[in-house]
Write a new protein. Structure first.
Length: 489
């Protein structure tokens, strides 16, 4: 698609569908193998089949290097500017670098590569993007990811009016982005990736109304900061073409919860995965927060998505009881298959209507540092609940992680246990760093467990026979000792 090989009548959406069909056809005919997909089912990588590779090598065995190079990959280039030898590649359409340390993409190279459609300069040491880059008017795909010392992008980058994909992943020092007036010219931009680039929060993003993919929407990082020129929740309002996954970072900086209503998430029907992050969790570190969490709940209530959402993650909310934070719309998500609750460090009681989510298949809970007991509140039972019901009817995967004070996991308690079915589809259970957990609920021995993993949870051992018996029916139980060695039991 970046080479504009697909001639399709209609817009980019039709071209995308035809491109997907062509790729799937080639996979079916064994041109490609070892397909890797992300959590959304999108193709991340593939390999050419060995037979196809060998056949192409056979066909070209007598050919010499062509001076009319159209597609070029550069590997292991040393630190410094681009090699001068590439200045004559005037017909170049694709330029990709791998495992290189290039520091600049020179003006001379730009002037000699006006036909470029695809430019991948990721994982280099690029210090500066020259303003002349706006002359690459045929460019469809630009990747500057993992250039950790890159600090600014020129406004002239927005002269790339054919640009469809811009990748700026983990450009952690990138602080200057084109202004809003310049970004309005990127009318064909469909994909913008800025994960790990927390300073990319220019208001110009709100003008990209044709965006189909925006992985992270970065709000201003802390309350009281200068927010002029930076994104607010209401700037999501007109981005209704967004599809797939969206993460909203730094929600803790929102002072007026009514901004969430203006984001109009309920109108973004192509979004299937939503992450609401109150601390910009980077996968390794979650900043400490202080407060009661009252504003957090108001913000969550205002950020109601459409009812067909499939996956929801909430990170680092402030509340001593999760039910005090749980959004009032969660039971309206009748197609929700995955729920993740992480790093609620003040939470002492894990309660909510989780067991009444009809389609939930995967549930991950982690970083609840003050929780000591998980009880009937976790199942979604209350005094008004029917005595004959099924809780977590479709749950297959359940994970608890980093809960160092958790000691007890209780079941239904005084409720009519014989008339209540709990987790009838549970096949995988994992405990990670639940160092004090020693009590498990009775209902676990009735679940169809196929895999149990216990990591850094020393009180859960075969020696605790009464509790261990509740999960011992699983055909595959794996324990990880402190030395990180796994043992099958």
């Amino acid at each position: 698609m970046s080479q504009d090989y697909l001639e399709v009548k209609g817009g980019n959406q039709e071209k995308k569908i035809v491109g997907q069909w062509c790729f799937e056809n080639l996979v079916m005919q064994s041109f490609f193998k070892d397909i890797e997909e992300d959590l959304e089912g999108n193709i991340r990588s593939c390999k050419m089949h060995d037979i196809v590779h060998d056949f192409l090598q056979y066909l070209t065995k007598d050919e010499c290097f062509s001076m009319v190079v159209r597609h070029l990959s550069l590997m292991f280039a040393p630190k410094g500017p681009f090699p001068v030898s590439f200045l004559n590649c005037k017909s170049l359409r694709t330029l990709t670098t791998f495992e290189s340390e290039l520091t600049s993409y020179t003006n001379e190279l730009i002037s000699q590569s006006k036909s470029l459609r695809t430019l991948n300069l990721s994982k280099n040491s690029i210090l500066e993007v020259p303003k002349e880059i706006g002359g690459l008017i045929h460019l469809r795909y630009l990747d500057l990811s993992h250039n950790r010392e890159l600090k600014e992008l020129p406004d002239s980058l927005c002269d790339l009016y054919n640009l469809q994909t811009l990748r700026l992943v983990k450009c952690c020092e990138l602080v200057k982005f084109p202004d809003e007036e310049a970004m309005r010219k990127l009318t064909k931009l469909k994909h913008l990736y800025v994960e790990g680039s927390p300073h990319v929060k220019s208001k110009g993003i709100r003008s990209l109304t044709g965006l189909q993919k925006l992985d992270v929407f970065h709000l201003n990082g802390y309350k009281g900061a200068d927010k002029e020129g930076t994104l607010k929740l209401q700037d999501l309002k007109n981005l209704n073409q967004l599809e797939g996954s969206l993460s909203i970072a730094h929600l803790e900086s929102v002072e007026d919860a009514s901004e969430g209503v203006k984001a109009c998430l309920s109108e973004k029907h192509l979004l299937h995965h939503l992450k609401l992050d109150f601390a910009c969790f980077d996968g390794w570190h979650v900043p400490e927060r202080k407060g009661t969490g009252h504003n957090d709940r108001e913000i969550l209530n205002a950020l109601q998505p459409h009812g067909d959402l499939e996956s929801l993650s909430i990170i680092s909310g402030l509340a001593t009881c999760f039910s005090c934070l749980c959004p009032n719309w969660i039971l309206s998500l009748h197609k929700l298959t995955r729920l993740e609750l992480q790093y609620f460090r003040n939470c002492e009681l894990l309660s909510g209507p989780f067991g009444r989510l009809p389609s939930l298949e995967s549930f991950a809970v982690g970083g609840m540092g003050k929780v000591k007991k998980v009880g009937v509140e976790f199942l979604g039972l209350d005094s008004s609940s029917s005595s004959c019901l099924t809780l977590f009817p479709k749950l297959k995967n359940l994970e608890f992680a980093e809960m160092p004070r958790w000691e007890q996991w209780e079941g239904v308690g005084g409720y009519f246990q014989n008339n209540i079915t709990i987790m009838p589809s549970l096949s995988r259970l994992r405990f990670y760093r639940c160092s004090k957990l020693g009590t498990l609920p009775d209902f676990l021995h009735k679940t169809p467990l196929q895999s149990v993993t216990v990591e850094h949870s020393p009180f859960l051992t075969p020696k605790t026979s009464e509790e261990w018996a509740k999960i011992s029916h699983s055909p595959h139980i794996q324990r990880c000792k402190i030395d990180m060695k796994f043992a099958d039991i």
